[in-house]
Write a protein that binds this ligand. Structure first.
Ligand SMILES: Cc1cc2nc3c(=O)[nH]c(=O)nc-3n(C[C@H](O)[C@H](O)[C@H](O)COP(=O)(O)OP(=O)(O)OC[C@H]3O[C@@H](n4cnc5c(N)ncnc54)[C@H](O)[C@@H]3O)c2cc1C
Ligand SMILES: *[C@@H]1O[C@H](CO)[C@@H](O)[C@H](O)[C@H]1NC(C)=O
Ligand SMILES: *[C@@H]1O[C@H](CO)[C@@H](O)[C@H](O)[C@H]1NC(C)=O
Ligand SMILES: *[C@@H]1O[C@H](CO)[C@@H](O)[C@H](O)[C@H]1NC(C)=O
Length: 549
């Protein structure tokens, strides 16, 4: 060849040629996968799929779409793998064909509803590439039927939209789910869904009466068709393991036309430690109408740092009854009539979510998040009060981080009355409260490691004070430090560690349901429930099904 005779020319051309080869081949691959996917969808879908439902990285709106609902900015960093494309279905049948086609074309699929996953599992895969995102953002209808006391809600709706649509039809109906209003009902409710009415009515998942899902074969199944095992698993077993939730049917709950909210903060100088010690003894035993959580962070006190403990509460009743309950059970907080705000249930939702007073409820229809951060979080369940010395050690550790945050969330009431095996969510009787630890930071990798180390150390420090064997954790506060599936055929044995923390003994039944409904592990991510390979299932569990019922 002519070029090869000129050494100078050769060394110049070779890398260029290589670059061309590499980029053109990946260009062709992704092009053909996207095209093949679209073609497959149209062959398999009842309603044709428009090209505008696809968004690939060469589209100028790609980054905005990827970021739209992604909550944890850590998983949008350039170093984190990006999807081949994002597909936004317009009809339920598009979701069915997406499952059929990703299976056929062997493209790994991630499902996103509200994008609040703590470890970005709905929009980033560090386990497997290439992958695509199925974004349910356009499947968000909410149909409330007050006569039957129920609502059918689509997975892509936010929980705030659900609350709004209920309140629009009735001032005395509500639904007990998350405090943060931008949560997507698809991922949120399938992991449990707690909120300020949990002590009275339990979790969102406790109040689901039917569902429509797409299974691993692309079929749409309702409760009757999927059977009670699978219906059990999707109410608390966590997102991305069993199928794609299209719709939930929710049972509405009664709320009074006047509720009361308050926030009272105490610093160390105001006796925060002693008051928090008392809160630990009463928070789970109070009237079920009362939910008092504690938001703990570091604040400035003049030139010095202090710990601020903010008691943030919802009472399903009026202020005078609330003052009576508080006077009898928790006078140490010193709640006064002035602290109490009487309002409607829907406005209490805005208050607890942190919107400024006077924000109209219509803000909920925007589905916008108020919390987008680089963050890492962990959770613990506490069964005996942490002594004051333990709290003092905790304060010391909070002072070591620039942006520490803890949220202590009371249990008891209805939470203690529902059996541990009723749904996969097992943290019930005996739990006084749950702790969420959080650290947030600004863009920048160096900082990240410091915060990640800090929260691990804090978690170690808390070991003697929290649940043990297993040390329980809330699946909706995904924490990949607890263990991960290394690849698509990772052994289920390795999952028992994190599985029992999230689900205790229910993990056995979740493994069994998974093995039955998705033996090929189509629905998978770093912490999805793995199936038990048939040979292992026979060997280990064939003769005895104990622990799996
Ligand atoms: C700011 C903030 C506040 C929060 N507040 C609360 C709270 O008050 N109470 C509470 O209980 N939790 C709370 N959470 C945790 C929240 O419940 C979980 O992060 C939940 O998984 C979010 O659901 P999503 O649809 O928004 O998230 P996504 O990231 O879309 O999904 C979460 C997981 O579920 C999977 N998934 C998504 N859609 C579906 C579907 N349709 N079918 C099957 N699987 C699906 C995803 O693949 C992913 O694995 C909060 C989280 C954040 C970030
Ligand atoms: C780019 O993506 C948007 C969706 O984010 C879509 O509506 C549009 O049609 C896409 N454009 C092209 C040229 O594919
Ligand atoms: C992106 O690339 C695909 C082929 O790879 C092409 O079909 C599509 O039109 C491109 N979109 C934009 C917005 O350039
Ligand atoms: C699955 O497991 C086998 C054997 O353990 C291994 O060789 C293979 O690479 C694994 N597959 C994937 C996708 O990791």
């Amino acid at each position: 060849m002519m070029v090869s005779t000129n050494p100078k020319y050769k060394s110049f051309v070779a890398p260029l040629f290589l670059v061309f080869l590499l980029s053109s081949s990946s260009w062709v691959d992704s092009f053909s996968l996207e095209e093949s996917f679209l073609q497959c969808l149209n062959e398999n879908s009842q309603f044709s799929v428009p090209y505008s439902s696809f968004c690939a990285p060469n589209n100028s709106t790609f980054n905005a779409l990827l970021q739209s609902t992604a909550q944890n900015l850590r998983y949008l960093e350039p170093s984190v793998p990006k999807p081949l494309f994002i597909f936004t279905p317009l009809f339920d049948s598009h979701v069915q064909s997406a499952v059929i086609c990703s299976k056929q074309l062997r493209i790994h699929l991630r499902v996103r509803s509200g994008g609040h996953d703590y470890e970005g599992l709905s929009y980033a895969s560090e386990m497997e590439t290439p992958f695509i995102i199925l974004d349910l953002a356009k499947l968000r209808s909410v149909k409330v039927d007050i006569d039957s006391n129920s609502a059918w809600v689509q997975a892509g709706a936010t929980i705030g939209e659900v609350y709004y649509r209920i309140a629009e039809k009735s001032k005395v109906h509500g639904f007990p789910a998350g405090l943060c209003t931008s949560l997507g009902v698809g991922g949120h409710i399938t992991g449990g869904a707690y909120g300020s009415m949990m002590r009275k009515y339990g979790l969102g998942a406790d109040n689901v009466v039917d569902a429509r899902i797409v299974d691993a074969n692309g079929r749409i199944l309702n409760r009757e068709a999927m059977g009670e095992d699978l219906f059990w698993a999707i109410r608390g077993g966590g997102g991305g393991s069993f199928g794609i939730i299209l719709w939930w049917k929710l049972n509405l709950v009664p709320v009074p036309s006047t509720v009361t909210v308050f926030t009272v903060a105490k610093t160390l100088e105001q006796g925060a430690t002693k008051i928090l010690y008392k809160w630990q003894q009463v928070a789970d035993k109070l009237d079920e109408d009362l939910f008092i959580r504690v938001i703990i962070n570091v604040a400035a006190n003049g030139g010095q740092k202090t710990v601020s403990t903010a008691y943030n509460a919802l009472f399903l009743g009026d202020a005078s009854r609330l003052l009576k309950v508080m006077g009898e059970n928790f006078p140490e907080l010193g709640l006064t009539r002035k602290d109490c705000i009487e309002t409607s249930w829907i406005k209490s939702v805005l208050y607890i979510a942190g919107y400024p007073s006077g924000t109209p409820p219509e803000v909920l229809l925007q589905g916008k998040s108020t919390f987008k951060n680089y963050f890492k979080a962990k959770s613990d369940f506490v069964k005996t009060p942490i002594p004051e010395t333990g709290l003092e050690g905790l304060w010391k550790r909070l002072f070591e981080d620039e942006s520490p945050l803890m949220i202590w969330n009371p249990y008891g009431g209805m939470m203690g009355k529902i059996s541990e095996t009723e749904i996969p969510f097992p943290h019930r009787r005996g739990v006084l409260f749950k702790i969420q630890y959080l650290t947030t930071w600004q863009k920048g990798e160096e900082n990240q490691d410091k915060h990640l180390q800090w929260i691990k150390k804090l978690y170690n420090y808390m070991t003697p004070y929290v649940s043990q064997l297993p040390r329980e954790a809330y699946v909706n506060y995904r924490d990949l430090d607890l263990g991960i599936n290394k690849n698509s055929n990772t052994s289920y044995i390795e999952s028992i560690g994190w599985g029992t923390r999230y689900f205790k003994e229910n993990f056995g039944r979740l493994l069994r349901v998974k093995t039955k409904v998705d033996p090929d592990n189509f629905f998978r991510h770093e912490q999805s429930i793995p199936p038990i390979p048939t040979s292992e299932a026979l060997r280990s569990f064939g003769s005895s099904k104990r622990g799996f019922d």
